[in-house]
Design a protein around this ligand. Structure first.
Ligand code: MLT
Length: 271
């Protein structure tokens, strides 16, 4: 589905009935990464997966004459999600995000804690970027501008997926490459700038009041399992699940284990 929500033509997919579960994707892929969860969870939940601005089928906003270009900060991504929930008439949802989706979930929770029935934070971290991380963002933005999404795919694929997936699941590597190739260079650059501008979320963690599941692939080298351990420790009552044989895109690399963790968590949450 696609609708004008705020300043963007926002695309999303919705499956089935039941309590709403909104899943926010990573950078620089799109809602397609949630396919294994849509298939499984849609038996019991209303799974809603939007494409962030500049990713998948969601465009970037058209520039208004005389105004600066709109950025893709995590707050802006969170507002796009809020606009979608308003359009769908959903006051309260389970909100899950992987990596950049997790950063946007922090921004959403900061603004609208009453709209979050439960949180799922996968392969994400509460820290802001380090100096080295910021330099890496600039370098990758230059690659996107010079070589397009193909150059970004080449640089990112080794890090996005774990060693087990690279060794044993070439079809997953190919599917992730395809997703990256559909992301526009402008969408990539704005998301990189948006992530670079994000604040740390450490202050928020002890204030989180809803049930929270933290998930991480055991082979994740982008957001280390130790980051997730720290995240789970800092959020009152949070549960940590480590997904075996999976890297950064743990939901896609070991969907069976990821879905089991999600299902066990969701059945315990009052929605
Ligand atoms: C992501 O997977 O969303 C990105 O790798 C996050 C990041 O670059 O910080």
């Amino acid at each position: 589905m696609k609708r004008k929500i705020g300043s963007v033509e926002l695309a999303w997919e919705e499956a089935s009935q039941g309590a709403p579960v909104v899943l926010l994707h990573a950078f620089p892929v799109n809602r397609g990464m949630w396919e294994p969860q849509r298939e499984e969870l849609a038996r019991r939940y209303r799974v809603i997966t939007p494409d962030f601005r500049g990713h998948g089928e969601t465009g970037l906003p058209v520039r208004q004459a005389g105004l600066p270009e709109e950025d893709s900060t995590m707050e802006r991504l969170a507002e796009d999600v809020r606009g979608l929930l308003d359009f769908l008439g959903l006051q309260r949802v389970v909100l899950g995000g992987l990596s950049m989706g997790g950063y946007a979930s922090f921004a959403f929770y900061r603004r609208y804690p009453e709209r979050v029935a439960a949180l799922i934070l996968a392969d994400t971290r509460a820290s802001a970027d380090t100096e080295e991380g910021l330099r890496g963002r600039e370098e990758l933005a230059a690659v996107a501008e010079k070589e397009g999404a193909a150059g970004v795919a080449e640089r990112m694929l080794p890090k996005l997926l774990g060693a087990s997936t690279h060794a044993n699941r070439p079809e997953v590597v190919a599917a992730v490459r395809e997703m990256i190739l559909t992301t526009s260079p402008a969408g990539i650059v704005r998301a990189l700038q948006g992530m670079a501008a994000r604040p740390a979320a450490f202050d928020l963690l002890p204030k989180v009041q809803c049930p929270t599941l933290v998930v991480v692939g055991e082979e994740d080298t982008l957001t280390l399992p130790t980051d997730s351990e720290a995240l789970a420790k800092a959020i009152p009552g949070a549960r940590l699940e480590v997904i075996p044989a999976a890297g950064h895109l743990s939901n896609l690399e070991n969907p069976a284990a990821f879905n089991r963790a999600l299902d066990a968590f969701l059945t315990q949450v009052r929605l």
